[in-house]
Each structure stands twice: as structure tokens, then as C-alpha cells.
Design a protein around this ligand. Structure first.
Ligand SMILES: Nc1ncnc2c1ncn2[C@@H]1O[C@H](COP(=O)(O)OP(=O)(O)OP(=O)(O)O)[C@@H](O)[C@H]1O
Ligand SMILES: [Mg+2]
Length: 259
């Protein structure tokens, strides 16, 4: 019922990892989830391939977007988990939208997603780190957006500008997506400096900052390369899942879906 987007136009801030782990967590919690990989780099798809093996849709996402339905692009991965894989041909999508009138070209994805919404509790969109027609489509198809702030690399000003950009789009299209807040991705090796960065961000953005942050964990890299695992008696697995789970629970709470 809800479409969710983790966004920052800066690259490499952990958006895809959060999207994939959110899809994993929500589906394991009994929610029906579809992740749509809109990124031509297809890193979310690669992550899932490393976990579930080969994933080939009947029709590529790009080809489905030229037709009338996304259905032939949906791949079933697990009990409650579906994926529309990313593919290099999505790099052609921005250009192909240009033939549409200015206003309509940003609303294509929303139209395509609309009939799928009744089938899923969550549709998660993973986008490339750009400001583009593709991202406009993802924003306008979303119900909830979370900004990801990697405090070492992106400036606060960048987040403010992104928030302004989103509210401009909301006004122009009379859209009603909700900005749920900002999640911090703290990559510092030293706990002290993490705390001061988080404090600083809280002073600037107040309640908008999620109480639960994401920290650098080597285990995430292993999951990305070798597949996602949930080994009960492996502390690295359980601690890393626990960290993301705390954030996802807070996200559900902010949506009003906490149980
Ligand atoms: N919590 C984490 N701990 C350690 N490494 C991480 C963590 N989150 C993400 N990474 C790694 O950082 C790199 C970038 O992450 P990811 O691909 O999720 O970012 P992104 O914002 O989606 O990047 P892009 O903008 O290129 O799409 C990847 O190699 C990923 O495995
Ligand atoms: Mg990504």
C-alpha cells in the first residue's frame, strides 16, 4: 500500500543497501514487498542475485515501461518478496521520456505502479544518485521518502537543497508524499567522532533525524558480495541485522504502521 524511497543525490551513501535490507526485513516480518531497481547500475539486483541466484524477468523494466504493464518484469524471490530487476537499458529511460509533454513525463512511474499497490504492503524504489526525470518519477510515485545523510561526505547544505527540491516538486504536482526524516550513515571509525557528528546533525535538523543511525559494518560488504545471511549464532550477522532493524522499526513507527 505504501511506496518508499531512500534518497540522496550523492552517490555511495548506502541507499541501495538500506533498500535491499528493508525489503528483506519487511518481507520476513510478513509484509508483501516489491523492490523496483530503477538504477541502470543494478546494484540492488546484484545483491539479490548473490543471495537468490540467477534472476531473469520475462521482460526488462525498460521494455515494460514502453508498454502497458510492469507485470512481466516482476520476479518472485521469496515468500513475500518480489523484485523488478535493474538493467543497463534503464539508462535510456530519461531520454525516452523526453518525447512526452513536460508535465506528464514525471508521472509515468506513478501510473505504472498504481495497479500494483493493492498487491503489496510496500513497494521500495531504488534510484541512481542523480537529479533526473527518472528520480522525479520515483519521487512522485512515492508515499514516503527518507533522506540518507552520510555525514563524512555530504554537506548539510546538500540535504537542505534536496529537501527544497522535493518540496518544489510536491508543490508543482500537488503531490502528497511525506518526508519521513533523515537517517545518518556514520562511517567514522571512532565512536567519539560519530557521536559529535550525530549531535551536530541533530542540532541542525532536530527531530527530522532518526534516533537510530546506520554505522559502518564490514559484514554489509560480505553480504553484498556473497549474499545475505541470517546466521543466528554469528554475532556479526545478528548485530548488523539488529542495527538496521532498529532503524526500520522507527521508520514503521513514523509511518504509523508500528505493531
Ligand atoms: N553499513 C554499511 N557498512 C559498510 N559498508 C556499507 C554499509 N552500507 C553500505 N555499504 C557499502 O558502501 C557501498 C555503497 O553502498 P550502496 O551501494 O548501498 O550506496 P548507494 O547510495 O546506493 O550508492 P549509489 O549512489 O552508487 O547507488 C557498497 O559497497 C556497500 O556495500
Ligand atoms: Mg544505489
Amino acid at each position: 500500500m505504501s511506496t518508499l524511497l531512500f534518497y540522496n543525490f550523492k552517490g555511495g551513501v548506502g541507499k541501495t543497501t538500506i533498500s535491499v535490507l528493508a525489503a528483506d526485513y519487511f518481507s520476513r516480518s510478513g509484509k508483501k514487498v516489491l523492490l523496483i531497481d530503477l538504477d541502470a547500475q543494478a546494484s540492488a539486483t546484484l545483491f539479490f542475485k548473490n543471495s537468490y541466484g540467477d534472476i531473469t524477468p520475462k521482460r526488462s523494466l525498460f521494455n515494460s515501461l514502453q508498454k502497458e504493464s510492469l507485470q512481466p518484469s516482476i520476479c518472485h524471490l521469496d515468500k513475500n518478496l518480489d523484485l523488478i530487476p535493474g538493467d543497463w537499458d534503464m539508462s535510456l529511460w530519461n531520454q525516452s521520456l523526453e518525447k512526452l509533454p513536460q508535465h506528464d513525463r514525471n508521472l509515468v512511474l506513478k501510473e505504472f505502479i498504481s495497479p500494483l499497490k493493492e498487491k503489496y504492503d510496500f513497494i521500495i524504489l531504488d534510484v541512481p544518485p542523480t537529479l533526473s526525470t527518472l528520480v522525479n518519477n520515483a519521487v512522485l510515485a512515492s508515499d514516503y521518502i527518507v533522506l540518507v545523510l552520510q555525514t563524512q561526505s555530504s554537506s548539510y547544505e546538500g540535504v537542505l537543497r534536496t529537501a527544497q527540491y522535493l518540496s518544489q516538486l510536491r508543490n508543482d504536482y500537488d503531490a502528497n508524499f511525506k518526508l519521513l526524516g533523515i537517517v545518518l550513515y556514520l562511517v567514522s571509525k571512532r565512536a567519539n567522532s560519530d557521536t559529535s557528528i550525530a549531535d551536530e546533525a541533530r542540532k541542525t535538523f532536530g527531530e527530522a533525524i532518526f534516533a537510530n543511525s546506520i554505522y559502518h559494518r564490514e559484514r554489509v560488504k560480505r553480504w553484498a558480495n556473497e549474499g545475505l545471511t541470517h546466521k543466528q549464532n554469528d554475532v556479526h550477522d545478528s548485530r548488523t541485522h539488529e542495527m538496521y532493524t532498529l532503524f526500520f522499526k522507527e521508520l514503521l513507527y513514523r509511518i504509523g504502521d508500528e505493531k
